[in-house]
Design a protein around this ligand. Structure first.
Ligand code: COA
Length: 155
């Protein structure tokens, strides 16, 4: 199934706010309603729906902080019924690729509630490393983007 990231529009935002994780996972991620409101308020976050084919299966939100040369993956969720199919991994892979294509982006940061073994395992397998820092109860992970001069030209 082809995984794509699509903008949230008038046509799909209702579907997006209906997506939900399992009850036991609710402490791991904000609701999509909250995240969309946050993106509207901060003006920099880029919320995207994760689609498998034409089915919306999840949500991811990123932003780039130019002063820090750093990309942030601030939110990731795959709806309960669609978990375990590789969609979360593929969505992460795609946003990491996009950050890597931005020559100004030197590192990528994300964070995880320490009890969230699944997300922590996923992030580490993608190359994120724990920094030992905590922020609002979440452990911060970071990935450094090492570029050869060739890559920095985007060629
Ligand atoms: C974390 C989450 C986004 C993963 O999405 P997903 O589509 O279910 O995950 P994938 O099928 O792509 O699996 C990706 C990896 O996650 C890890 N993983 C997934 N479920 C796991 C579990 N129950 N235990 C341990 N690791 C697990 C594995 O490393 C897996 O890779 P593998 O299949 O190659 O071994 C999803 O489970 C989710 O939305 N959870 C609730 C919200 C949440 O925790 N969000 C992250 C906040 S930091």
């Amino acid at each position: 199934m082809t995984v794509t990231l699509r903008e949230i529009t008038m046509d799909n935002f209702r579907e997006c706010i209906k997506l939900s994780v399992a009850e036991a996972q609710k402490g791991f991620v904000a609701s999509n309603m909250y995240s969309l409101a946050e993106a509207q308020a901060d003006g920099v976050s880029e919320p995207r729906a994760i689609y498998a084919g034409d089915q919306m299966v999840g949500f991811i939100m990123v932003d780039f902080e130019p002063k820090e040369d750093r990309g942030y993956i601030s939110r990731l969720m795959v709806a309960e019924d669609h978990q375990g199919n590789g969609y979360g991994r593929e969505a992460m892979r795609q946003v990491i690729e996009r950050f890597k294509r931005n020559p100004a982006c030197k590192e990528i940061q994300t964070a995880v509630v320490p009890e969230n073994v699944a997300a922590d395992t996923l992030y580490r397998s993608l190359g994120f490393e724990p920094t030992g820092e905590m922020d609002e109860g979440e452990a911060i992970l970071r990935m450094t983007i090492n570029r050869t001069p060739h890559q920095s030209l985007g060629l």
